[in-house]
Design a protein around this ligand. Structure first.
Ligand SMILES: Nc1ncnc2c1ncn2[C@@H]1O[C@H](COP(=O)(O)OP(=O)(O)OP(=O)(O)O)[C@@H](O)[C@H]1O
Ligand SMILES: [Mg+2]
Length: 220
């Protein structure tokens, strides 16, 4: 099982939005995926209730020392991808999520205050020794200079940047508020395209595509 931790100490960075979209895109691609809701705010769990428990499953874990055990149990039950949604302002849970992750994503708005605030998260990611990437969230759709400047700041913190951004689009908050994802709400929309591209990149990086899936797709 591959584990992706979504981590940012900054509140409202887009952690839950990113976690839900990634896990649901994986599920739609035939991967047995789940969201591990490690945030006491339980936003991902609420979203799951709004969609009447439709997959991907959301399981909760409020205790950092139990995280690894929960993931082992999920893997034993057949999960192939776990996406951990973490709380803001929580060093111990963020650090625990980084420790168990194969890949760490740090959502961040490409804005000065937000960029400044991810330095502590960047330090956590680097301390874990795991591959970590900033995913720019909710920024303008076309702003080459802004993204270039943001990329320079992120590079200064020693983090890499994912090659896909999830721009500021109404589809993301309309969808999540309705217990859906942007891909489910507007399958042909731009937000859906962004999520598909991000999932394709994560899948390739994490080698989430197992032999089983390759042979299934080849047979189709
Ligand atoms: N790409 C986007 N386009 C438009 N709105 C977005 C985008 N990403 C996130 N949002 C909105 O920003 C707000 C915060 O997002 P979200 O709840 O995912 O952040 P969070 O990091 O999980 O917050 P918290 O730290 O409180 O857990 C939500 O209203 C969400 O709908
Ligand atoms: Mg959240």
């Amino acid at each position: 099982m591959q584990t992706v931790a979504i981590v940012s100490q900054k509140g409202g960075a887009g952690k839950t939005t990113l976690a839900l979209h990634l896990a649901t895109a994986a599920h739609a691609a035939g991967i047995v995926s789940l969201i591990l809701d490690a945030d006491p705010q339980a936003t991902a769990s609420r979203w799951s209730q709004w969609r009447d428990g439709a997959e991907p499953d959301v399981i909760d874990c409020a205790s950092p020392p139990l995280l690894a055990k929960k993931l082992d149990q999920a893997a034993e039950l057949g999960a192939e991808l776990a996406v951990i949604d973490t709380p803001p302002h929580a060093d111990s849970m963020s650090a625990a999520a980084c420790r168990v992750a194969d890949l760490i994503l740090v959502p961040c708005r490409p804005r000065a205050f937000d960029l400044d605030a991810i330095q502590t998260t960047a330090d956590l990611v680097k301390a874990s020794g795991k591959p970590g990437f900033v995913v720019f969230m909710a920024g303008p759709q076309r702003a080459i200079h802004l993204y270039k400047e943001a990329a320079e700041i992120v590079a200064g913190f020693g983090l890499a940047i994912a090659p896909v951004v999830l721009s500021e689009r109404a589809a993301y908050h309309h969808a999540t508020g309705a217990g859906k994802t942007a891909q489910e709400l507007e399958p042909g929309g731009r937000a859906a395209e962004e999520v598909a591209a991000l999932w394709a990149w994560v899948r390739q990086r994490g080698n989430v595509l197992t032999r089983k899936h390759v042979s299934k797709e080849a047979a189709a």
